[in-house]
Design a protein around this ligand. Structure first.
Ligand code: SF4
Length: 109
C-alpha cells in the first residue's frame, strides 16, 4: 500500500516538474536567445554613424550617404532576407535594423 502511494506521489512530482518547465518555457519571449538589437547610442554605433532608420541620416554629416542605401542593401548584412533585425559583420553579437544604415555601407553584389 505504501509502495503504491509512493509511486503515485512520484508521478505527481514528475507531472509538477514537467508542468512547471512548460510554464517557464511558455513565458519566455519567442526569441529569447536572439542577440540584442544594436542601439544607435552604442559607442561603436555612434562612431560609425549607425541609425536604425536610413531615412533619418543627416546627409551633411555623412556625405557618403545616398538615398536608397540601407542595411538590407549592404554586403555586410547577414541572416535571412525579410527579417527586420539581422546580424551584421561589423557589429558582432548585435542585430541591426534592415532599414538602418552606417557609414561602412557597401553595396551588396
Ligand atoms: S555595415 Fe552595412 S549592414 Fe552593417 S550596420 Fe552598416 S550599413 Fe548596416
Amino acid at each position: 500500500m505504501s509502495q503504491s502511494f509512493s509511486r503515485r506521489d512520484a508521478l505527481k512530482g514528475i507531472a509538477l516538474v514537467v508542468g512547471a518547465a512548460g510554464a517557464v518555457r511558455s513565458i519566455q519571449p519567442a526569441h529569447a536567445d536572439a542577440p540584442p538589437h544594436l542601439s544607435p547610442s552604442d559607442p561603436t554605433a555612434q562612431a560609425l554613424g549607425y541609425t536604425d532608420n536610413a531615412k533619418s541620416v543627416d546627409a551633411k554629416a555623412f556625405p557618403t550617404y545616398q538615398p536608397g542605401q540601407m542595411c538590407s542593401t549592404c554586403m555586410q548584412l547577414q541572416g535571412n532576407a525579410g527579417d527586420p533585425w539581422r546580424p551584421c559583420n561589423i557589429f558582432a553579437g548585435k542585430l541591426v535594423n534592415a532599414n538602418g544604415w552606417c557609414k561602412v555601407w557597401v553595396k551588396k553584389t
